[in-house]
Design a protein around this ligand. Structure first.
Ligand code: GLV
Length: 336
């Protein structure tokens, strides 16, 4: 992408000006002002003369959009995941795609642990109980939950977030089991984690936290069979992707109290449908995909997404390019 006055960037949501200002100095920037994502026809029209897009995981950037955008050279996604973008098609068209990895790892782990604590000790239910005027006395039997200290935490997927959750578990005096496709002896020794095959992890853990990426293999990784291996007192936490869990099966197990509780930040359909049966249960906490939503991290993500675009506009390969296979043809496609 040439550094010319003509460079046009379309941004699909308002972002902090601290992040956008450097971009405004280099390009004509248009920003979709709505709280909800731009409708597909708006996105299509805006992409038509854009040199670059800055998108969120709610914006579907498919072959149709790319076909309508002959000048498009870079798509910067403000998320670590980029399953909303047809990366193969982008590579075919010599368009670079970037993401924002690393900076959200600890923030996401903090939130996974917040969900774990809240579900274990029934914090959301207890707040509701108080507001509904049901707090009449100190009751020896009311709102009893599960202890966290000395309990066993099972971490499925020991990538960046999984490891941070495991460390938090150790800090709370938990025994920590993990499963990952690749065994991690260094982390095992350093943080005193124990490797377990999935079956053993599901059967032995009091808390199970999911940290695998969404792939064809991990779709419905937790279904009927896996839930039936869990203890009746188990608590399931999902901050990864909704379709990793079979939501119908989860509903049944929670309703029949075959597991104690769950806390999910992601759901199979986002936003979750208002008539989804999970919303009728009191032993599940459901939050709106906010695990990375701290003030500092969201600003850092916006700045990283902008830095990726600025590099592309200078004709440099952006630091967090996810389709390096497209770089050679991308370079050739830049104006000389
Ligand atoms: C959030 O889910 C992300 O992928 O950044």
């Amino acid at each position: 992408m040439a550094e010319t006055e003509a460079a046009k960037v379309y941004i699909t949501r308002e972002l902090p000006s601290a992040a956008l200002d450097p971009l405004r100095e280099m390009a004509t920037v248009r920003v979709w002002p709505g709280e909800l994502p731009p409708p597909p026809d708006v996105l299509l029209a805006e992409a038509a003369d854009a040199d670059a897009l800055l998108t969120l995981l709610t914006d579907r950037i498919d072959a149709r959009i790319m076909a309508a955008a002959p000048r498009l050279r870079a798509i910067s996604n403000m998320a670590v995941g980029y399953d909303n973008i047809d990366v193969q098609e982008a590579s075919r068209r010599a368009i670079l795609v970037t993401n924002t990895p690393g900076i959200l790892t600890k923030t996401t782990a903090d939130f996974a642990f917040a969900l774990l604590l809240a579900a274990a000790r029934r914090v959301v239910e207890a707040d509701r109980y108080t507001r509904e005027g049901r707090w009449k006395t100190w009751g020896p039997q009311i709102l009893l939950g599960q202890d966290i200290h000395d309990a066993t935490l099972g971490v499925m997927g020991l990538g960046g977030v999984g490891l941070e959750v495991a460390k938090r578990g150790r800090g709370f005096g938990m025994r920590v089991l993990y499963y990952d496709k690749t065994r991690k002896p260094k982390e095992e020794r350093r943080y005193r984690l124990a490797y377990a095959e999935p079956k053993e992890l599901l059967a032995e853990s009091d808390f199970i936290s999911l940290h695998v990426p969404l792939t064809a293999e991990t779709h419905h990784l937790i279904g009927e069979r896996e839930l039936s291996l869990m203890k009746p007192t188990a608590v399931l936490v999902n901050t990864a992707r909704g379709t990793i869990v079979d939501q119908r099966a989860l509903w049944r197990f929670l309703k029949e109290r075959r597991i104690a509780a769950a806390a999910i930040d992601v759901s199979e359909q986002e936003p979750i449908a208002p008539d989804d049966p999970l919303l009728g249960l009191d032993n599940i906490i459901i939050t709106p995909h906010i695990a990375s939503a701290s003030v500092a991290t969201r600003l850092a993500m916006a700045k990283m997404a902008v830095d990726n675009l600025l590099a592309a506009m200078r004709g440099e390969v952006p630091p967090h390019c996810v389709n390096r296979e497209a770089v050679r043809r991308w370079r050739q496609s830049l104006p000389r």
